[in-house]
Each structure stands twice: as C-alpha cells, then as structure tokens.
Design a protein around this ligand. Sequence first.
Ligand SMILES: Nc1nc2c(ncn2[C@@H]2O[C@H](COP(=O)(O)O[C@H]3[C@@H](O)[C@H](n4cnc5c(=O)[nH]c(N)nc54)O[C@@H]3COP(=O)(O)O)[C@@H](O)[C@H]2O)c(=O)[nH]1
Length: 925
Amino acid sequence: MNDRIGPFSTKLSKRQKLVWLLMPFWVIGFIFLHIEDQASEKRTAFLKEVQDIRQNYLIEEQKISSLIEAIAQQYSGQYIKSSHDISIFAQGLLNDYPYIEAMGLATYAKKTQLSSFEEKQKQLGFESFKIRPKGIFLQEKENASPYFLAINQVEPLTPDNASYIAEDLFSIPEIEKRFDSQVKENRTAIFWLEQTHPNKSLAVVTHPVYATEPTNIHQEDRSEWVTGAIVFLVNTHSALTKPIQKAFRDDAVEVSFRRVSDNYNTGWSWNSAKMEKPPTSYWKRFETVLVPSLSCHNCRITITNHLDWQEIDKQKAVIFGLISALIFILLSIATLSILNKTRILSEMHNRLQELLDSSQDAIIITDKFGIIKVWNPYAEELFGYTRREALQNSLVQLLFDRYTIKTVFGDSGTLLDLFITTSEHGHQNTKASKLEMSLLTRSGEKILAEISYSVLMINDEPEISLFIKDITNQRKTEKEIRQYAFYDSLTQLENRVYFKSQIEEQLAERPDQSFAILFMDLDGFKQVNDSLGHNIGDELLKVIAKRLTHNIKGVGDQSHICRFGGDEFVLMLRDADIYNISSIALRILNNIERTIKIDNHDLRVSASIGIAFYPQNGQSVDTLLRHADTAMYEAKAQGKNTFAIYQEQMSQHVSARLQMEKHLRNALSNNEMYLCYQPKMEITTGKIIGVEALLRWRNPELGLVPPNVFIPIAEETRIILPISHWVVDQTVKQLKSWRNTPFQDLSIAINISSSQFSAEGFITNLATKMQEADVPNRLLEIELTESTVMTNADTNIKLLRELRKLGFELAVDDFGTGYSSLSYLKRFPLSILKIDKSFIDGLPMDEEDISISEAILHLAHNLNVRVVAEGVETLKQLNFLEERQCEYIQGFVISKPLKSDDLEVWLTEHAENFYQSATYRALRN
Ligand SMILES: Nc1nc2c(ncn2[C@@H]2O[C@H](COP(=O)(O)O[C@H]3[C@@H](O)[C@H](n4cnc5c(=O)[nH]c(N)nc54)O[C@@H]3COP(=O)(O)O)[C@@H](O)[C@H]2O)c(=O)[nH]1
C-alpha cells in the first residue's frame, strides 16, 4: 500500500527521510552561523571601540593644543606673569589631564645670551643650571642653531621632572627646525619623542610665547618678539593606553605601539589588565592598526583582541539551534506538505488527463454560453469532430438538431438554462444531474445520449461539465431484455411474471380501482397440438393472442393480457364490471370460435373463461387468479365454449376435487377398484368377439366415481401409472382364467393412457406378462385415443409397429374427435378404428353424424382397418351401421359394462349369436 502518499501517510517517503537526515546539518550550520555571528558582533564592537578610541585620541590632541595655546596666550598677554602663576596653572591642568607629566616654560634666546641666562637661572635658585644636551631623548643632537630653547621651569618639579630643567629643546632637531614657522604662525606643535628611559615615551607639546600678544604683531615680525614656549610633556604611553584600558576594561586586548622613522625604530607593547601576557591559543583574533595622532604620521598602534571559545554564549547558540531546528521542522513540514500537495495535484492532473483520454464517455466542458473548452478523444470518436474542430465552437450548434434546439431552448434559452435553475433567492442550483436526449454526430446520425452533468463556478463564471454516454444500443438491448423477461416470446403478450407484477402494482397504487380477471383456457387445443404438431399449435396460439389483443381494445387502456402458459391466457380488464362482463366475454368467445386457417388446415377451437372481480372475489393477485381459474374449470364443466363468474361454491368443487385426489391415491391399496367388461359384437354374425375392460372405482365416502371424473385426475397426478399396471394385471388374469373355457377366443380391449403408453418398458412389460400367463398376444387389444397416437407420431409409429409385430391388436379410440393426419394414419399399423359415441348419437337422423360416420367407415375400409362403432344404443343405429358395412358394435344396445362374474353368465347366453338371444328379441319387440 505504498501508492497512498498523502499528508496522512504514516510511512516516511524517501524525500521525507532525506529531509529529516538534512536536519542535523541544518541545525549545526545554524549554530555555527550563530557563533560566527557572535564573533562578528564582537569584532564589530571591537572595531567600533577602536574607532571611538581614535576619535578620543584626536579630541584629546585637540584639547591639548587648545589648552597650550590658551596658556601661551595668557602668558604672552602678561596675564600669567610669574613662575608662581605657571605653577598654579599647572596644578589644575595636571589634575584634569593625568597623562601630562609636566608643564613647563622654555626660554628662547640667542646663544650669545646663554651665559647671562644661565646666570640668571642660578640666581633664581637653580644652582647648577647649565644648558646642554642631556641625552634624555633618543633624537637629541648637538644644537647647531644660534638660538636655544631651554626649559627653565617645570611643574610639578618632581625629582623625575627636575631632569628636564635646562634641557635645550633645540637639541632635538625637529623642534628646532619647526620652531621658526611655529613662531610665525603662532601655533602649537607636538613632537613624538622617544625617551631614553625604557618603556616610556613622551610627546613634547610646544607653543611659542611672545613679549606681547602675538595677534598684535605682524607674522614676519614675530621672531623679534618671541621669548620662549610653553611646554607640555605628555606621557604618550599613558595617553594612548588609558582610553584603551577604559574601553576594554573587561576584555583582553594587546596593544603595540610602533614609530618608524629613518633614523630610529622604536615602540612598546601593552596588555590589558585582563591579559597579563598574550595568549598562545585562542579561537579568533581581531587586529586593527590606527594612527593615533595627526602630529605623528609614522606612529602606528596595533590593537589585537583575542576571542576565546569560552566567551561564546553557548546557551544562546543552543537556543538558537533549537529555534533553527523548530524552524527547520516547520519549514520542512510546510515544504513537504507543499511538495506533497503539488505532487498529489500533479498526479491528480495526470490521472484526470488519463481519465479524460481513456474515458469511454465523451467528456465535454463548456462555458456558460456552451462554447467548448474541453473535448476528449472519446468525444472525437463518438461525434466525429476532432478536438481542434470542436474547441471554441458552440456545443448546441454542433450536437443539437433543430427540433431539440427549438423544443429545449425555445427562443431565449441557453445551454446553462438547460442545466441550472435560479432559485427564488437568486442562487443558482444545478438541476437533476442526468438527462437523456438525442444528439447529432458529424455524419448526421442521431444517437440517444445519456448526459450526466455538473455546473461548477470557476472564477465566478459557471462552467458546464458534460459526461455523455451513447446509450442507443443499451436502450435497444434493454428493450429486448425487457421483452424477453416480461413478454412471451411466442405471442409477444405479457408473461405470467410481468402480468402479476403489473396487477400487484395496480393494487398497491390504486387500491380503489376495480377490475376483472378473465382466466381463459382453450378447448381442443391439445388435440390440435397432438395431432397436427407443435408448430401448428404455436401458430394457432399466435392467432388467438392477436384476436384477444384486438378484442380488449377499448376495454380500458390500462388493461393487460398475458399468456399464462400452454393454452391458458389471462386478461385484466380495468373497465369490466358485472354489467358489461357478459358482452365482453361473449365477444371474446365468438372471436376465438372463428375458423383459423393454418397451412391448409381449417382449425376450430373454443375457449372456456373463468372470471373473478376485484375487490369482490379476492384482494390479492394470487387469490383472484385462483378464483378465476376455478371459474374457468366451472365453465369447462358446463360444457366448454362458455364463461363462468366465480362464486364461492366453486371453491368447494375445487376442495372436493382435492378430496377425491386424496382418496384416489389409496384406492388400489384399499381394493376400491374393479373392472367391468363391455361386450363387442360382430354385426354380420351377431357373435361376441371380445370385450372392453372399463375401470370402476367405488369409494366408501364418495360412492361410485365415474371414470371420466377420476381418470383425468389420475392422469394429471400420474396416479394413472400404478392404476394402469393394475388394469393390465387384472386383464391378463381374466384372459388366463378363460383359457380352456368356451370364452378362450374372446379378446379384451384395454384403454391405455398416453403417459402409460410412453412409459419406459411398457411393451416389454406387457409382453412379459402375457407370456407368463401363457395367453396369446392377439387376445389383448390396445386402445389408444386419437390424440395419444398422433402426439409424437414418428416415435409412436415405431412403438405401434413393435406392438403389432408382437401380435397385439391396435385400436384408435374416440376416432373423429382429434385431428388425425391422414398421411400418418396410413403409416400406422392399426387393426381397428373406434367411431366416437358422439358421432353415433345422432344416427341415423343427423346429417353431420351420418357424414362423419360414413367418412370414417370409408376411410377405415380404404386403409384396410376394421371399425367398431361405440355407444350404440338403438337398433336403428345398429341397422344403419350394418348397412354401411361397419364390422363391430359396442353399446348399451347389446350390454352395459358387466362385472366379471355377470359377464360370464351373460356370455353363456349371448356369446354365440346375440341375434338369437332373448335380449335381442326383446329389443325388436
Ligand atoms: N385410461 C383408461 N381409461 C378408461 C379406463 N376405463 C375407462 N376408461 C375411460 O373412461 C371413460 C369413461 O368410461 P366409462 O364411464 O366406463 O364409459 C364407457 C362406457 O360405459 C360408455 N358406453 C359404452 N356404450 C355406451 C352406450 O351405449 N351409451 C352410453 N351412454 N355409454 C356407453 O362409453 C365408455 C367407453 O368409452 P371408450 O373407452 O371410449 O370405448 C372412457 O373414455 C374410457 O375410455 C381405463 O381402465 N383406463
């Protein structure tokens, strides 16, 4: 399940793993950057401090210049007159500027005045006052100038400072060289000197003093008026390190001072209080070089700051690392989420594109005016327009025919109107999302399309997405399936299932609506089917179906006709009621009765109709059908070709029938069955040639039940099979009992039902029983009805031939009631035809019966088949048949069916020649 890579996926993707692997590097990188940043800050702060220090140096230099200038001004203006005044001045000055070691006064004079000057100084108290180069400063040389500038007062006069007394400043060539211009310009000069004393450096600041205020003297004349100079002796070491010390009070800095000149190279170094000696190991080292004074171009101060690892704020770095980790996580999540969403969007886009391309629906997107914006490959295939042709075209003009445009859109409608409505509140609502309509293809072919659609607002503009399926074939198939599932394939009428569902629907939806159910069963259809084959039978059913459909036209539009099965039809008539049902039923019956011509056969069938009304005769479909069926049986019982309306007692008949069926199942085991025998006479001789075995059933509850009542039930329930076996056994037993008696040549005819005839092993079983009883097969006559013989005629021919080959006699019973094919009849190996009683009844008067009986006799004789007329009751009938060369008769005119014992008594009297019997004589009289 790795195809689901979404924001909720619990499994890390490769990309996610990679991102998480990068996190330590990110965090370390950020911590490192932060540490570097701390170092950079430190460096910036350091450089700023250095900058401030340099600024401070310049300010101090400026201040000293201003100060000395001011003092010189005071002195030249005679405001400071005595050495005492200078001393007072110096005290205040040295307090404020501790790096000024001393303030002094130097006298300028010609060397010619040297002795007098020295003398004067000795008189002032400096006993050993002697001007000479003292070698205090490294730069000192022999004063070659005709003037000298000798310090004659120093304040405070400490033992150290006393050494400066009588120092000729002109022994320092630079001072001597610049003094003349200093005097002319009345300005201060600072000379950076190196004292011979180790680790001590001094700067000498001088400003000329004049006998009067210099501003009153012309610049060129100032040399005439100059008397000396005010001198500051500045401890440059102290002056330079003090501000550094103040600035880097808590820090470790290393300071080195260098002064490089052509003649000498000197310097010193100084470490801040924090750092007694330069460290050997450190993390970072910042170094900067500055020129401390405007007056010393070759002076350089190098300040070095060492950053130790310990100084880094690690806690801050860790916090920063944690913050960066958090940022990383947030950024990663955001980035991964964006990437993921981008990927999902891209995948989705690809999938949608694939869907679009591979869809078996035409997918079309239009704007609100129906202008096509998307047209997928299947749309190309379905409608025949390429994408290029379709895009930017109007969907309506491309796919809708004129009729649709007119009916759907009218004059003002748009495509959008077709798909959305505007509600009362002005909102646009999508209409039902599916519709079916016919669309045109490029070739002009019309297809039935199912259009699923949705309207989406994209950038405040509606867009219509259409998914179009060609359902032309689907609808056709559905119709066919529907036809197959709900309609009878032969007659195209509704089938039982659909019919019932329609009525159920009707009952559920309109329970107050009355209707009638007509259950119709054809009379005589079985004979048509059996005798002329199923094809003819099928054609007949089709004609009946058409007639019924035609018949119920106008009997309610909501009526239904169903082929219920076989030759049964059921009708549901909405507008039928007790008042008009008779005319409707009779009309149907009349229509059915009309001759139907199929393949040169003029067929006539009738129908029996049972009617049940809703709601009087039942509330459910099944009840109504059952009651209509019951009524139909009643109609059959009433002689067929009629209708019967359901009445409650009819159900009693049904339950009586069920009761009978129950008794019938036990009839054999309860010895309730027995055989009667009805004699058959040869007309020409009056001889009794055989008998017909007729089954009888006497039930203690039901009494004597006629065979034409219980035999159909036995056949329907297949109880006929054990009964038939029993009949055969009894008959064979009877024949055997007649062996070696006067009746040994009498044959017995037995009625074989169609199910018994077609049962497996019927012939073998029969032959075996006869053989076992040692009775010749010719004494057993098999009577089959015309319909039994004609059903599956081809198969039956073989069975009949086998029977004949074995010596059994074959008779066709009830001849004339079915539809025997003459061609078959010719091929059947028959012995006897039995004319049905119904054709004998009308003899000798009824023209039709005369014709039919004569025709049967004629046909039989042509086929070399003998004829038995059954149901002969009168001598007139007998005479008629005798005249037409009918071979045998059977009927009440000779004898009713008799029990075995009675038969033998009767035979004793009548068998030889019936005409000579008392019975015949009585008949004639
Ligand atoms: N499959 C079997 N069918 C059998 C068997 N036994 C009888 N049947 C069939 O039952 C039908 C009715 O038979 P039944 O009530 O016995 O009637 C027979 C005769 O009693 C009657 N008949 C004969 N002569 C006259 C007459 O002059 N008048 C008159 N009103 N009735 C008469 O006809 C019936 C004989 O019919 P048929 O078999 O067609 O010769 C009947 O169809 C029997 O076939 C059985 O064991 N198995």
